[in-house]
Design a protein around this ligand. Structure first.
Ligand code: APR
Ligand code: ZN
Ligand code: ZN
Length: 348
């Protein structure tokens, strides 16, 4: 089968012939139908996060049998799984660490690494049964794929991690695929004001359609000051959905007393952020969110229902449909900030 292989960081992906064995116990072989291009893939391609190479990237996908995949594969029996936090599963025989999986292979002698136990940029995926969830048959797979990372990550950060309450004020910094899902999630959660921050006017426009009540362009002046002016002194919840030191610090600085900043973006490995110690005196909090603190077997079918009822505007996310051979152009468009989400549609 064909797969897009990352040989070296900062080099284009190369389409190669690779193979998978027959499924073993508790494994499922999936014909990949659609794979989304996520900014996290780009972080790895640019070496901002390490991963053993060569590897087949991709982690936001849907395929046949009619399922959505999730990188939050869980064992179901470890301490974290049994106490309701499967996203933090510690069983590394199921949730294998980078470089461990031997599922992928090719004619060359070197090892080919599976990415996040999935590797969606390939015509087929061999995954653990606990890395997938069945969804209703009438759900289009190209929209379902988006739920697999971007949507669950942004929506879950708002609903599961931060538990935004009706009427609370929310700011989302960075309105890409994940940020848009946070905005749409804030609307579903019944947030009061939802302020979208992005340097791209087209993104701000779309954010308004998805539920943003106010927009802030960092090019019009200090972001923290602009948000303070809009909210009479600060917000209950801020979400950093970009992965930068500067915007993470902004997220904390714009909180009202008692407010919580949730960091969704992947800040480059090794990068430290600086906060004003004084701000903690008024019980401001900063927390991480991993894959939207999901229970994906419950959350993803609910997101499908929200889509079916017109509450989750998945069509608006898709900026481009690409062939696997066009994957590098897709990432170039992401780097240029042009897309919300591009998806690879595999031939049926
Ligand atoms: N302030 C606000 N927004 C900005 C700024 C800035 N200084 N600079 C860029 N942006 C906007 C871009 O215009 C773009 O709309 O941030 C958005 C980033 O979107 P994508 O590149 O589509 O990223 P996405 O896939 O949504 O992922 C965002 O979440 O899960 C993590 O790893 C992922 O760190 C990444 C983050
Ligand atoms: Zn992702
Ligand atoms: Zn577990």
């Amino acid at each position: 089968m064909k797969a897009a292989v990352l040989h070296e960081v900062n080099k284009p992906l190369v389409i190669e012939d690779v193979s998978l064995p027959k499924p073993g116990p508790r494994e499922v072989l999936i014909r990949t139908s659609v794979a989304g291009l996520c900014h996290s893939d780009l972080h790895f391609m640019e070496g901002l996060y390490p991963h053993p190479l060569p590897a087949v990237l991709g982690h936001e996908s849907a395929g046949v049998v009619h399922v959505v995949t999730c990188l939050s594969v869980f064992c179901g029996t470890c301490d974290n799984c049994t106490t309701g936090r499967p996203v933090l599963c510690t069983d590394t025989s199921v949730k294998m660490l980078p470089g461990v999986s031997n599922r992928l292979s090719w004619a060359r002698s070197e090892k080919l690494n599976q990415f996040l136990n999935l590797s969606s940029f390939a015509e087929q995926m061999l995954v653990h049964e606990n890395a997938i969830v069945k969804i209703r048959k009438d759900m289009p797979l190209e929209l379902a794929a988006l739920i697999g990372c971007g949507v669950i990550t942004g929506y879950g950060a708002v609903v599961n991690t931060a538990k935004v309450a009706p009427g609370e004020t929310v700011v989302v910094i960075g309105c890409g695929g994940v940020g848009m899902a946070a905005i749409n999630g804030a609307q579903i959660a019944g947030a009061g004001r939802v302020i979208a921050v992005d340097t791209n006017p087209a993104k701000l426009q779309l954010a308004t359609k998805l539920g943003a009540t106010d927009i802030v362009d960092p090019r019009n002046g200090d972001v923290v000051q602009q948000v303070r002016d809009l909210t009479n002194g600060g917000v209950h919840h801020s979400f950093e959905v970009l992965g930068r030191k500067e915007t993470a610090e902004q997220a904390f600085a714009m909180l009202a007393p008692g407010g919580t900043a949730t960091i969704v973006g992947m800040i480059p490995f090794g990068q430290k952020i600086e906060l004003h110690g004084f701000d903690f005196l008024r019980e401001r909090k900063m927390q991480g969110s991993s894959m939207g603190s999901n229970h994906f077997r419950v959350d993803m079918p609910r997101l499908v229902e929200f889509y079916m009822r017109g509450k989750l505007h998945l069509e608006d996310w898709i900026s481009a449909k690409l062939k696997l051979s066009e994957i590098n152009e897709g990432f170039a468009a992401m780097k240029a900030g042009k897309t919300v989400r591009s998806v690879i549609v595999f031939d049926a």
